[in-house]
Ligand binder design. Structure first.
Ligand SMILES: [Zn+2]
Length: 633
């Protein structure tokens, strides 16, 4: 049996090994040992990471715990040489007296286990998934506390609809509340959200008319699958010959009134499948099992002792809902419709975000670290094993691998791509002292079957180049991020640099060439046009200058021109007041005039030699040139 167990274990390990990319070996320490168990329920297995790591090379998020196997995969180095990264325990007592008696392990590598046996490969797949990161890790669901104040990577994808917060955003007390906020904690990672509509079915439901009441239902591991096409029929309560007469545990006595109808049968005293078989035998077209205890509508296990093929659909409802249906029947004819509501994914919220297991009271080790049990088809990472699991860990059967992509695993066989637009950045001739020039590089994942992670964005070469970026979040299928590169030349020579981007895509590190040349400033020169008469401005005769603005080659700037320093009574006008320079010189005309002959003017113009000044301003930088003016009273 040890050899059979090892073969099954290795088979499950191989499935993960073929799915997750890691150049570092992942070691699992596993044993069969006595785990918590009673005659009717028990723990099949338990597992977890042996350590969590934060702030390692290529961590997607700083100050965030990662299971050591994921940290190793990302950093490319083994943080625990020679030691296990995952520990796993499996129940050695399964099927023994006092521990799920009549059950036992199934060691086959297929999924054809008898109904009473538990598929070991599926359980190993499940437990290894916990150790690989499907877990709140060191974060406690009972106290809400973060180890050393750091959230676990898994929490970054957990969102509480009621609190409208992700788990890392919450206080400890808010996390405690969220852990029991049944049906309101969802996964928000993009890979899972993309996969969910391909993995999850519609929600099974039962609707009755004329009341038009819709009930949540449990489903069965036997019988025909519910589908979007509804099974319809009048509803009638099944009666057998022996009290309690509506549990369907003896042959049905009101068969004539059940023929072609949907039968209501109470839970208890015999197996679900045996009840359904008896209804099928008298021509019923469907069965609604009513719970006999309070709580949710139960999911219904198969009964291997009944070999008859069940060809009708069966659902269960809660005790309260069963009583509502019975009271509807008491007041008149009731028709029912059983099927899937395709507008609502089973196990997801209204926005199609898969729900996490959040039972109240909290269950340490189970709460939040599993999907909600309402997921359909049944998922590997539900808290309880279901005997209809496949051994697939990925879409379209299962969401686990998508979850792993969402926490930063790279998936084997899907290679992200990376595209930079533009692929190099040349700032050309850039004015020294003009300010900081900015260029933009857009990073995308064009072929995008798998997640592109941008690990670092660094710049080297001329200190005139700088960068900022929003590429810290690993990129999803259609996302882009932006790297802003700045160029602030301080010298008049060509500058070069490199932008180095490391990613998980082929070709990393990717090097983007940066270039630019600092060029001389705008120059201003003054000339006086030839004039026929004397120089100097007077009240009769304005003085005119020409200011020539010469930009450096290859630049385009817009310059505002003003004249300052004119004494009272003197005007100094520049025309045009704004010029656009496109590489060649432009001349503006400055006109200085004396306005009038008032007493005040005369005293102001005591000195006849004045210096006026033309100021050229562009992008907050200004340059001036003086105008020597002789003013005449
Ligand atoms: Zn589990």
């Amino acid at each position: 049996v040890g050899e059979q167990r090892l073969i099954a274990f290795q088979y499950a390990a191989n499935i993960w090994g073929a799915s997750l990319q890691s150049t570092v070996e992942i070691r699992v320490s596993a044993q069969f040992t006595a785990l918590s168990c009673t005659a009717t329920s028990g723990v099949l297995g338990s597992a977890g990471a042996t350590q969590s790591r934060a702030n390692f090379t290529n961590a997607e998020f700083a100050n965030t715990w990662y299971p050591v196997a994921l940290a190793n995969s990302r950093s490319g180095a083994d943080a625990l040489p020679g030691q296990p990264h995952i520990t796993a325990n499996f129940n050695s007592n399964l099927g023994n007296a006092g521990c799920l008696e009549g059950s036992g392990w199934y060691y086959g590598l297929d999924t054809n286990q008898p109904a009473n046996l538990v598929n070991l490969v599926a359980v190993v797949l499940h437990e290894l998934a916990h150790g690989l990161g499907f877990s709140t890790g060191p974060t406690s669901v009972t106290t809400g506390m973060h180890a050393s104040g750091f959230p676990n990577i898994y929490e970054r994808r957990l969102f509480d609809i009621t609190a409208n917060k992700s788990w890392p955003e919450m206080t400890d007390a808010e996390r405690v509340s969220s852990a029991v906020n049944t049906g309101n904690v969802v996964w928000t990672g993009q890979q899972v959200l993309s996969a969910a509509p391909n993995v999850l079915s519609g929600t099974p439901q039962l609707t009755t008319s004329p009341a038009n009441t819709t009930f949540a239902v449990g489903t069965a591991a036997f019988g025909v699958q519910l589908s979007a096409s509804q099974t319809a029929g009048q509803v009638a309560v099944a009666v057998d010959g022996t009290a309690p007469i509506s549990d369907g545990c003896e042959p049905i006595t009101n068969g004539a009134s059940l023929n072609g109808k949907i039968a209501i049968v109470d839970r208890g005293l015999c197996t679900f499948k045996s009840k359904v078989k008896r209804v099928q035998d008298v021509g019923g077209v469907g069965v609604v099992i009513v719970n006999n205890v309070s709580g949710a509508a139960p999911n219904m296990a198969d009964d291997a002792t009944i070999t008859a093929v069940i060809t009708i659909p069966v659902v269960s409802v809660s005790l309260d809902d069963g009583n509502i249906i019975k009271s509807q029947i008491a007041s008149g004819t009731v028709n029912a419709f059983m099927g899937l509501n395709l507008n609502q994914l089973a196990g997801a919220d209204a926005q199609a975000r898969p729900k996490m297991n959040a039972p109240n009271p909290v269950e340490a080790g189970s709460s939040i670290s599993h999907w909600d049990p309402s997921a359909l088809p049944n998922q590997l990472m539900e808290p309880n094993i279901n005997d209809d699991l496949s051994h697939s860990v990925q879409a379209p059967q299962d969401l686990t691998l998508s979850t792993f992509q969402d926490i930063g695993w790279t998936i084997v066989g899907t290679t992200p791509s990376v595209h930079f637009s533009p692929s190099s950045l040349d700032f050309g001739n850039s004015l020294v002292g003009y300010g900081v020039f900015q260029g933009k590089i857009t990073v995308s994942n064009p072929d995008g079957r798998s997640r592109l992670s941008v690990f670092s964005v660094n710049i080297s070469g001329s200190p005139a180049f700088g960068r900022s970026h929003d590429c810290t979040e690993a990129m999803q299928i259609t996302a882009t991020c932006t790297i802003l590169v700045t160029f602030d030349p301080t010298s008049l020579t060509p500058q070069s640099g490199s932008l180095t981007v490391t990613t998980n895509a082929p070709g990393s590190p990717h090097v983007i060439a940066l270039s630019g040349t600092g060029v001389t400033d705008l120059s201003l020169s003054v000339t006086r046009p030839k004039r026929p008469s004397r120089t100097g401005a007077s009240q009769n005769q304005p003085e005119v200058f020409e200011v020539t603005l010469t930009p450096p080659a290859g630049t385009e700037i817009t310059v505002d021109l003003t004249c300052e320093g004119a004494p009272v009574g003197v005007t100094c006008m520049v025309a045009p007041p704004r010029v656009m320079l496109q590489g060649s010189p432009v001349t503006a005309r400055v006109t200085v005039s004396v306005a009038g002959r008032s007493q005040r003017l005369k005293s102001t113009l005591r000195t006849t030699q004045h210096t006026l000044r033309v100021r050229a301003t562009y992008a907050g930088v200004s340059r001036t040139v003086d105008l020597p003016v002789q003013l005449t009273r």
